[in-house]
Design a protein around this ligand. Structure first.
Ligand code: KG4
Ligand code: ZN
Length: 338
């Protein structure tokens, strides 16, 4: 079964064809990052306009790269939540029109569930149940993947996402948007123990995250240094920031896996490209006898192959949408309220 995936939740317009949820036949991404870089972050209205321009060429290319026409597709999966509402609406409206015109099933996909599904594309043995750690620019969440379409959140961020923390700190350090990858590169040259960063203490769910305190500490440290005319070694600060985030997501994920009895962990989301997060989690999984799956760097960030992969599993579970499908800016995982 071949699913066309469409993704437009943030600043990537993407389309892909995936067979049986596991094999990529084509994967096209038009990134707008260079344009948003001028403003230091994503400008929502600009993103919507670019999606509008790019969506048809991107879908056409995904079909032609796979040597297919729309008639060869068995279903159209689209990210409908969560994300920038104007950006989501472009993908949802386009997918609805295409599904109606081509008389194909329309399959709604939650963006975060899509990130987790990126691992199905490269790890043939990965099957639920497993514990997913999804870390991106908009989300940070540990979730049980009970079956392909049933999720249970174990913990999530109470404020900023890990990627947001990387990006805002990177901006204060003088790196361009999106800054996460620049922090990663700088961290390779730095000494993480040169700075002692605060560790967030929280009441309640021990698997929840909070990154806003860390972000504020770093932004204040940089402002203070600037006011005093002091220079800060950004390689060292980047290394300390990366270590703080990598340690936090690793500690909580390993503890959750132990408590809930999972032997397999799957990492995903844009921040899963971070070398510190990958290495720290891999080392901890090895120490604790847990298996770890993670996507190759090319499938960590937003793409439509992951949407088509999750779309396949949604479709065979009977999850389809009709012509009233709408975009939703904020939505919990399937089976959870809100
Ligand atoms: O999944 P994604 O493409 O979009 C969302 O769903 O949010 O994630 C984007 C985030 C950005 O915050 C970006 O800076 C971060 O992923 N990111 C990284 C790295 N590569 C991308 N953060 C840290 N290190 C990286 N190497
Ligand atoms: Zn994403």
């Amino acid at each position: 079964m071949r699913i066309l995936g469409i993704e437009s939740s943030c600043d990537e317009t993407a389309a892909a064809i995936v067979e049986d949820g596991r094999r990529i036949l084509s994967n096209v991404i038009a990134s707008q990052a260079d344009e948003h870089k001028l403003y230091g972050g994503v400008v929502p209205e600009l993103a919507s306009r670019r999606h509008c321009e790019n969506i048809l060429p991107v879908v056409k290319k995904a079909l032609s790269d796979a040597n297919m026409t729309i008639d060869d597709v068995d279903g159209i999966a689209v990210t409908y939540a969560p994300g920038l509402i104007g950006a989501l609406l472009v993908g949802v409206s386009f997918a609805k029109g295409l599904a109606m015109m081509a008389n194909k099933p329309l399959i709604p996909v939650h963006h975060t569930e899509g990130h987790a599904a990126a691992n199905y594309l490269v790890h043939p043995d990965l099957k639920p149940p497993y514990l997913a750690l999804i870390v991106s620019g908009g989300h940070t969440r540990i979730a049980e993947v009970l079956d392909y379409t049933t999720f249970r959140t174990v913990g999530k961020t109470r404020d900023d996402a890990a990627g947001e923390c990387f990006d805002k700190c990177a901006r204060a350090m003088g790196f361009p948007y999106p800054g996460g990858v620049h922090v990663d590169q700088a961290a390779k040259k730095g000494n993480a123990s040169a700075f002692k960063l605060p560790k967030t203490k929280m009441d309640g769910n021990p698997y929840d995250f909070s990154f806003s305190g860390l972000k504020t500490y770093i932004v204040n440290l940089l402002h203070h240094a600037e006011q005093c005319g002091e220079t800060v070694n950004t390689d060292d600060l980047a290394a300390a920031l990366q270590k703080a985030i990598a340690d936090s997501v690793t500690e909580k994920t390993i503890a959750a896996a132990k408590e809930l009895g999972y032997s397999g962990i799957a990492l995903s989301g844009g921040v899963s490209a971070n070398s510190g997060v990958r290495d720290t989690l891999a080392a901890a999984c090895q120490t604790n006898g847990l298996t770890l799956c993670m996507p190759p760097i090319a499938l960590c960030g937003d793409n439509a192959a992951m949407i088509a992969a999750q779309g396949y599993y949604n479709y065979i579970a009977g999850i389809t949408a009709d012509e009233t499908l709408n975009a939703i800016a904020s939505k919990e995982l399937r089976g959870e309220s809100a």
